[in-house]
Every structure is written in C-alpha cells, then in structure tokens.
Design a protein around this ligand. Structure first.
Ligand code: ADP
Ligand code: MG
Length: 570
C-alpha cells in the first residue's frame, strides 16, 4: 500500500513533509477534528489533500475566495487529481451536472463557498456523497472577534449538526487566543487537536519610522532595498496615487487592488513573481496565498487595521529565511482614517433602522407581507435614491442580513466592472463606423468620467435607462465591445436579489441584537488600540516579542534586530 510520503512524492515531487504537516495529516487520518494555525506558505493545502488521496472518500473544502479555489482546482486537475468548484460562475444546469457526477464518485475534491451551505439542495447533495473530510480554509473568518469576519462563514456551524461524524480540519494563518476559542465553539469541533508553529521570524527586522514626509522616506528606503518589495496602503485611491508617483520616479512598480480587473491583477502579480517589476503597491487584497522568495521589504505606508493583518502582511518578507525588513511609516493623523471607518462600519442603530425602512420602501413591501419573497435589488440605485453613503448602507444592510431579516444574493454588492482598453483615437474611429455599438460606447464614456484612465464599476440598469433600452441590450452590447477588444467587461455574477425571511413588521419593531453590535464594535476598537500599543507602546521592549505574545506565545526571546532592540536609548 502507498504511504503518505509516496503520495507526496508521486503527485507533488517533494521528498519530505514539513514537521507540522505530518502532525496534521496524522490527526486527520485518525479521524480527529483539527485546528491548524500555520503561517501563509506553510503548506496547509497538503494537509487536507494528502489524507484525502490516502484514505479515499471526498474532501469538501470551504474557502472565501473564488480565485483561490480556481487556482487550487486547476493545480489539482493538472496533477490528474479530480477536483471541481461549485458556486461562482456556474449556472444551475452546469451545477446539477457536476453534482450528479460527484454523486457517482467522479471527484475527490469539491470546493465551495460558504454561502452554498445554506442551500437546502446543497445540504441534500452533501448527504448523498461520501464526504470523508470538511476542510475550512481561512477559518478565522467565522469569528466576530477576528479582523476578517465574514457573515457567510457563520453558516458553517451547521456542518457538525448535519454531519456529526465527519471530521473537520479548520485552517488559518493567524488567530489570537480568543479567535481560536471562538472558531472551536462556532464550528463545534470535538476535542480538536490544535497544531501550530512558532510565530517568530528571526530574520525579519520590524521597525516604525515616524516621518513628516512619507514619500521622501519611502524613496530613501526603496533606493537601498535589493530585492522585491510590497507597499501596503489602506485605500484603492491611495494605492493608485502612490503608484503613479513612484512610476514618475522611474521605479519598476505597479498597483494591485480589488477595483482592477482580474486580468490586470493577474498580470501585475505575475510580473512581480517573475521579477519583471520590483514593487507592488497594494491594498490588503494582495498577498493571500502568495509565497515568493526574494521579498526584502514589506512597507506599510499607512496604519493597517489590526495586528493580525499587519503580521500576515509583514510576514511576506523574508520567507526565504534571509534578512528582510518590515517597515511602518507613521504619522499621528493616520488615525483619522480609522476613526472615519469606525463611524461608517458601525452606523447608529437609528440609521440601521432607517436603512431597513428604505429597503422595504425600495421593494414596496406592504406590512404583513414578504415571507420568502424575492425582489430585484440594485445597490447603486438604492443608495442613490435614498441618498445614503454606500459604506454606511452596506454595513447597515449587512447587520440586517445577519439578524436574519433578509438575505442578499452574492451579486448584490459586487457591480460589474468595465475597463476601456482602446485609446481615444481608436474609439472615435470605431464610433464613426458602428452605429449602435458607437452609441453604447459613447453613453458609457459620458456616464463614467475617468473610465478612460481607470476601470470603473458600472450599472447596467442606469445605462439601459439612458439608452432607453433594457438591461439585456446593454449587457449584450458591452460583450460585443469586449469582443472588439475595446474594453473588458466583468459582468456581475447574477441578478442581485433580496429575499425577505419573514413578513414585514414596522421597522421600529425590528429587533436588533445589540449584544452582537456592541461586541463587534468593541472588537474593532480593541484591534485599533492594540495597534496603537504596537506603535506607541512605552512599555514595549521588542517588536517581535510583542507580536509573539499577542498570538499567545508564553515567553518569547527578544529578536535583537528590531528598531527597539537596537535603539541606542536603551
Ligand atoms: P498555505 O495554504 O499554508 O499558505 P500552500 O498550501 O499554499 O500554503 O503551500 C505553499 C507552497 O508550499 C506551495 O507551493 C506548496 O506546493 C509548497 N509546499 C507545501 N508542502 C511542501 C513540502 N513538504 N515540501 C516542499 N514544498 C511544499
Ligand atoms: Mg492556503
């Protein structure tokens, strides 16, 4: 019989496991629930892939990011291992074909998004296949205490209820003790094995530079770095602006954030991985699952939202074990950004109620009606009609959804994205030769100022109204323009709909779980305050030991290389 090492060698070509991998694999094969806390790049994927190939049966992986799932499915398929992804781009017909194949035992690995689990049909499907393991990627997303809470992850708590005898492997790169406890509780893990690694990175030099003119300091740093660099900013705008500035200074640099097309993002990532560009300026969207050697510096141009986030991002430097720097550029008024985020993220209860009232007005739901009814819900139109700030609206709606009043389809908050690829001359030329397409293109350019320079979220129904046609007309013609190579069009996944889960009561009766609200607000504030301690903490001796203790390590040793350890004042 083949051993797990044989499988590793045959499919992956690696000679040996890393120590923690073997521990996880053994525990999984023993049928235990497992929680692994290992840094990005540690090789967590193998921890569920190898046992599945060894013991047969199907592994169902739940992951928050479609792109990550696609990569893994591609990777496995390439190795002649049967894997498939459910959810995302498939229509229901394609999905039922795949499900049928799965029932017949065609796939060893099934990737799906957490939302899927709330569908009855999907739960029934899971009962029909031979699941041997549930693997939950980025499991910290389940905890409201975590920095990356995703309401959809809460649905995972039904796994143990429906399948009490199937083991769960929960994986994450970082979790403070309180989030660990929460993950175990929410997923109802039974006497889980907790497998983790030391958190310290002996070769990573942490430092904070309080500066008046950041760009100046940044350039000094960049001029000395010999290797790849990531620079993190908090907003897409800041990413774009900084990228332009650095380009003007002739650095080999490009930008990365969720507002760019998938194609552009892939291209930037690829060029950076291949060392064709030295620097990526990015929001926190960049880096999950990336494992590149030769990264000599990670620079935070602004204060990140939590220690967890900072630790993960900074830890992308020096993966190869050679010396690297994690530098934070700091200015006291950087805190203003987080104060405004907090105000938007936690709208007053009155505002949440008001947004709920707007929602029922928007779908024109009479009192006493609504249960299990679905309505088309267009987020942009909604915000425009009631003149609500988008971030406030989004967060208020999220609260309402979490309370179980309504459910939004996943397309509700992700509009279509268009990027114009042709220059003005080509466009004018094209417009003169194509009547209908020309008008569509013109309307697009007029409605979205700046679309010639950067990709923009668009709203097909707005364009349809301007053109006095229907949405289908707009979609078809945008696709045609894409075929002509004039633009790229990432159409929003599905018709965004909102479903009411019970009959409408007056908004003032809407029961809000205040405990939850207060808990999450407190957790948010605490994360920011913790970061304040990291930056300013008078009692801090060493940055590394501060981080290690934060993640629950008992008596870490000073690193001797961070700015505090080497400070002359000591
Ligand atoms: P994580 O999910 O923990 O961030 P991945 O599963 O994506 O990490 O793995 C990171 C990289 O490490 C992948 O390229 C993977 O092939 C590689 N890797 C994993 N295990 C081993 C091993 N035992 N030996 C060598 N490379 C490995
Ligand atoms: Mg991973």
């Amino acid at each position: 019989m083949k051993t797990v090492s044989d499988i590793l060698k045959t499919y992956w070509g690696y000679d040996s496991f890393r120590p923690q991998q073997l521990a996880v694999i053994d525990a999984v094969l023993a049928g235990q629930d497992v929680l692994t806390l290992l840094p990005t790049g540690a090789g967590k994927s193998l921890c569920f892939q190898i046992p599945t190939l060894y013991q047969q049966g199907i592994c169902v992986i739940i992951s928050p990011l479609i792109a990550l799932m696609q990569d893994q499915v591609k990777d496995l398929t390439h190795k002649k291992i049967t894997a498939v992804q459910l959810g995302g781009q498939l229509n229901s017909e394609e999905e039922s074909i795949i499900m049928q194949d799965a029932i017949e035992g065609k796939y060893s690995f099934i990737y799906c998004s957490p939302e899927k689990l709330s569908q009855n049909s999907f739960q029934e499907f899971l009962k029909k296949i031979k699941v041997s393991l549930f693997a939950i990627d980025e499991a910290h997303c389940i905890s409201q205490w975590g920095y990356d809470f995703r309401p959809s992850y809460r649905k995972l708590s039904i796994l143990k209820k429906l399948f009490p005898s199937i083991p769960i492997l929960a994986m994450t790169a970082s979790a403070v003790p309180i989030v660990q406890t929460d993950m175990i509780k929410q997923l109802a893990l039974q006497q889980p094995r907790i497998i983790t690694d030391r958190f310290l990175r002996p070769q990573l030099k942490y430092s904070i530079q309080k500066v008046a003119v950041k760009l100046h300091t940044l350039r000094n740093i960049l001029n000395q770095v010999n290797g790849s660099v990531i620079i993190y900013c908090n907003t897409r705008n800041n990413v774009s602006q900084l990228t332009q500035l650095l380009k003007a200074y002739q650095y080999k640099v490009d930008e990365y954030h969720a507002g760019l097309t998938l194609e552009k993002r892939k291209q930037t990532q690829h060029m950076w991985m291949q060392d064709e560009i030295q620097i990526v300026v990015s929001t926190s969207a960049f880096g999950m699952g990336i494992n590149k050697s030769g990264v000599r510096a990670v620079i935070h141009y602004e204060i990140p939202g939590s220690i967890e986030q900072y630790y993960q991002e900074a830890g992308r430097a020096g993966r190869d074990g050679k010396k690297a720097e994690a530098i934070l550029l700091y200015q006291p008024n950087d805190w203003d950004y987080w104060i405004s985020v907090q105000e938007k993220k936690f709208p007053p209860i009155d505002i949440i109620k008001q947004v709920f009232q707007h929602l029922v007005d928007y779908v024109q739901l009479p009192i006493g009606m609504g249960e299990k009814q679905q309505f088309v819900f267009d987020f942009d139109t909604f915000c425009n009609r009631f003149e609500i700030d988008k971030m406030i609206a989004r967060n208020a709606l999220q609260w309402i959804e979490q309370e179980g009043h309504v459910s939004f389809s996943s397309a509700s908050f992700k509009p279509s994205l268009v990027q114009v690829l042709a220059d003005r001359y080509t466009i004018e030329n094209f417009e003169s030769q194509h009547q209908i397409l020309g008008i569509v293109l013109q309307t697009l350019l007029r409605s979205y100022g700046g679309i010639l320079d950067s990709p923009q979220y668009i709203n097909e129904s707005v364009l349809a109204a301007l053109l006095q046609r229907d949405i289908y007309f707009v979609q078809t013609n945008l696709k045609k323009l894409q075929e002509y190579g004039l633009l790229s069009y990432e159409q929003k996944e599905n018709q965004p709909v909102v479903q009411f889960n019970w009959n409408r009561a007056a908004a003032s009766f809407m029961k809000l779980d205040l405990d939850n609200y207060i808990l999450r607000k407190k957790a948010f504030q605490e994360r920011i305050q913790q970061f304040g301690r990291y930056i300013l903490g008078q009692d801090l001796e060493c940055r590394s030991t501060f981080l290690a203790k934060y993640f629950g390590e008992n008596s870490p040793q000073p690193c001797k290389i961070c700015d505090l350890c080497t400070s002359t004042k000591k």
